[in-house]
Design a binder for this molecule. Structure first.
Ligand code: NAD
Length: 260
């Protein structure tokens, strides 16, 4: 018996970065999973790696764009029809967009960030909550960011959508706590994933390693976070151990958001 072997968990953006690290952590704890991503090739590769490492764990993949409501409905239906229930949704898929000052921001990119980071998270909650209400049990973890509790220079739509994720988390928590559903958000700082590696390339295209070194020196711990650190927090929030944390946005950033 493993801690999560009765659990069914959906992860969006599971092909790499924070989503993949969570899939590995949940697999180590025995959870059945539906892994969702719009990058089919990377998703299948990630799932194959997890199956090879944890052959007893049931893993289903589904290619979907979380900004499309029909795609979201389909991954929820797949999880229910395959496993009969959904214990947790890790609403993780998100993009940063390009970096530019507020008044110069490209509108198409702005709308895309809204569609994925805000509407994608909303659609996930909209369609999983009725399933969890029937069960009288559920755990939702939405991915905000330190950009969901602070401003970040040149990232207006990212900051706007991540604040929205934190706001929607509070609403889901107060509306559905009575149904046994606990909803929380996490606010990672700089965690070393492909998304953050890309951001360092934008800051210093000639020497992204220098940008990474400089950035990590600002952190109270003098280091960037690792995806595994985040996965362990998510495993707590989405698992049975979380009995009463609801509606919170929990920073996981080495303390950086406290700096003045
Ligand atoms: P990443 O780019 O490394 O991975 C994101 C994954 O999501 C990719 O596999 C991508 O294909 C998928 N994805 C993106 N848009 C999608 C869509 N519309 N439909 C389906 N899949 C989609 O990013 P990451 O760093 O792992 O970030 C994961 C989440 O964590 C994001 O919401 C991000 O904003 C948030 N976050 C990350 C950091 C960090 O430091 N890495 C910090 C704060 C918040």
């Amino acid at each position: 018996m493993k801690e999560m072997d009765k659990k069914v968990i959906i992860i969006t953006g599971a092909a790499m970065g924070l989503g993949l690290a969570a899939a590995q952590e949940f697999a180590a704890r025995g959870a059945k999973q539906v892994l969702v991503d719009y990058n089919k090739e990377a998703l299948e590769k990630a799932a194959d790696e997890i199956r090879a490492e944890f052959p007893d764990v049931e893993i289903v993949t589904h290619v979907a764009d979380v900004s499309k409501e029909e795609d979201v409905k389909a991954y929820i239906e797949l999880a229910e029809s395959t496993f009969g229930r959904i214990d947790g949704l890790y609403n993780n898929a998100g993009i940063e967009g390009r970096q530019a000052p507020l008044a110069e921001y490209d509108l198409d990119v702005f709308r895309k960030v809204v569609d994925i980071n805000l509407m994608g998270v909303y659609f996930g909650m909209r369609h999983v909550i009725p399933v969890m209400q029937k069960q009288k049990y559920g755990r939702i973890v939405n991915v905000a960011s330190v950009g969901g509790i602070r401003g970040v220079v040149n990232q207006t739509p990212y900051v706007a959508t991540k604040h929205a994720v934190s706001g929607m988390t509070k609403n889901a928590a107060i509306e559905y706590g009575k149904d046994g559903i606990l909803t929380n958000a996490i606010a990672p700082g700089a965690i070393l994933t492909p998304m953050v590696a890309e951001a360092f390339k934008q800051v210093n295209p000639d020497n992204p390693e220098a940008a990474e070194r400089e950035y990590s020196q600002r952190n109270p711990t003098r280091a960037l976070g690792q995806p595994k650190d985040v996965a362990k927090l998510v495993a707590f929030l989405i698992g049975e151990e979380n009995g009463y944390v609801n509606g919170q946005t929990i920073a996981i950033d080495g303390g950086e958001s406290n700096l003045y």
